[in-house]
Design a protein around this ligand. Structure first.
Ligand SMILES: *Cc1c(COP(=O)(O)O)cnc(C)c1O
Length: 359
């Protein structure tokens, strides 16, 4: 039995703190949902506690997003040219970097008589999505030269800390400010939204001066995990246990572990490594990679260590724990970014909402 528990009170705290904190810098928050997708409870907490809008990385499968929102959410992935009609239907804004796709969006908007905003992504050094800074003004010009322009150009955005591990610095942050000024002066076009992200920005904000035109921050991980990624630091004012993965013990045993001489590969094709030898207490947990990303879990209790991961089992060594585990006992884990997404996505992991922290 694999469970992902969401502590609503702690979630609320993280949201309220970040809204207040970011508002002090003149930033509105777009709350980013990836693995969690269209989760009405999380979305409700975000919107009712001051998050401006929510952004999704994927198209909905079964639900229409329209039912849940007062305003259309943001599509934060680059739109696929094959899905433009759906993207425009569900999302009010999308992040773009290809002029051919932007032109196609405009065509679909005309055909379907709809409206849609686009943010042009700029690669400020993380080497993921976005046009290079030196091409931005020209692309914005090309966008505005599209015949029968139907889409709205709402601004520019950039992402850090995702691919090249680029952390924010004065230089890469200022690129956006300078580009916005160039667009406004050279093309006489307003740049309403200047969007930065993700959670890696939070640490930088503490010590640096944010250029005044930047007005939106996209945050996911910090809200759920209380963590500042890329530099791998817990945020001092945020809870890191909003999300807890929980599962039960199926078997416990004391097993003798010898360092084997000729070992074959394990279930995933790797040669196993044995960190401990001798007689060890081991518990087989009722989850594996079908339920979450077990390597990213951190047992909450002392002296517990994940030693083996399979599709449906995860084995923990509890030799050094003061707790004695038996079948049926529950073990709790904090989670990292990958474990969070995989738990939300897994059809085998149930989501449990904990309404009060002290229960
Ligand atoms: C995932 C993502 C974010 C959020 O990043 P976190 O590190 O989870 O805060 C923001 N913007 C874009 C474009 C993303 O893909």
């Amino acid at each position: 039995m694999a469970q992902l528990t969401i502590d609503i009170k702690k979630l609320k705290h993280n949201i309220q703190f970040l809204v207040q904190h970011c508002n002090n810098f003149g930033l509105k928050i777009t709350g980013i949902l990836k693995g969690s997708g269209l989760n009405p409870i999380i979305i409700h907490e975000m919107i009712s506690n001051g998050i401006d809008n929510v952004g999704f990385s994927n198209l909905p499968v079964n639900n229409t997003y329209e039912k849940v929102f007062p305003q259309k959410p943001v599509f934060i992935s680059l739109p696929s040219i094959h899905n433009l009609s759906n993207i425009i239907q569900y999302f009010g804004t999308s992040f773009n970097s290809e002029i051919s796709v932007i032109k196609k969006i405009n065509e679909v908007l005309i055909e379907e008589d709809r409206s849609h905003n686009i943010i042009l992504m700029v690669d400020t050094g993380d080497l993921r999505e976005g046009v290079l800074p030196e091409n931005v003004v020209d692309i914005v010009k090309q966008i505005h030269e599209i015949k029968n322009l139907r889409l709205d150009f709402s601004g520019i955005g950039a992402n850090l800390g995702c691919c090249a591990g680029m952390i924010p610095n004065e230089q890469n942050i200022n690129i956006l400010q300078e580009l916005a000024i160039q667009i406004e002066t050279q093309l006489s076009l307003p740049v309403k939204t200047i969007s930065i992200g993700g959670s890696v920005m939070l640490d930088w904000l503490e010590t640096s001066r944010l250029p005044d035109k930047i007005n939106q921050i996209r945050l996911g991980e910090a809200i759920f995990l209380g963590n500042i990624p890329t530099i791998d630091k817990k945020h001092k004012d945020l809870h890191d246990d909003v999300l807890i993965f929980r599962s039960d013990v199926l078997e416990t045993s004391e097993k003798r572990i010898d360092q084997p001489k000729n070992i074959g590969k394990n279930a995933f094709g790797y040669k196993p490594e044995f960190l401990h030898t001798g007689v060890r207490k081991r518990a087989i947990m009722n989850f594996g990679i079908c339920d979450t990303y077990p390597e990213g879990l951190q047992p909450v209790g002392d002296g517990l260590e994940i030693v083996c991961v399979n599709s449906n089992y995860t084995i923990i060594d509890f030799t050094n724990s003061r707790e004695d585990l038996k079948p049926g006992d529950f073990v709790e884990f904090k989670m990292n970014y990958m474990s969070m997404h995989q738990s939300f996505i897994s059809p085998f992991t149930s989501i449990i909402y904990k309404q009060k922290s002290d229960e």
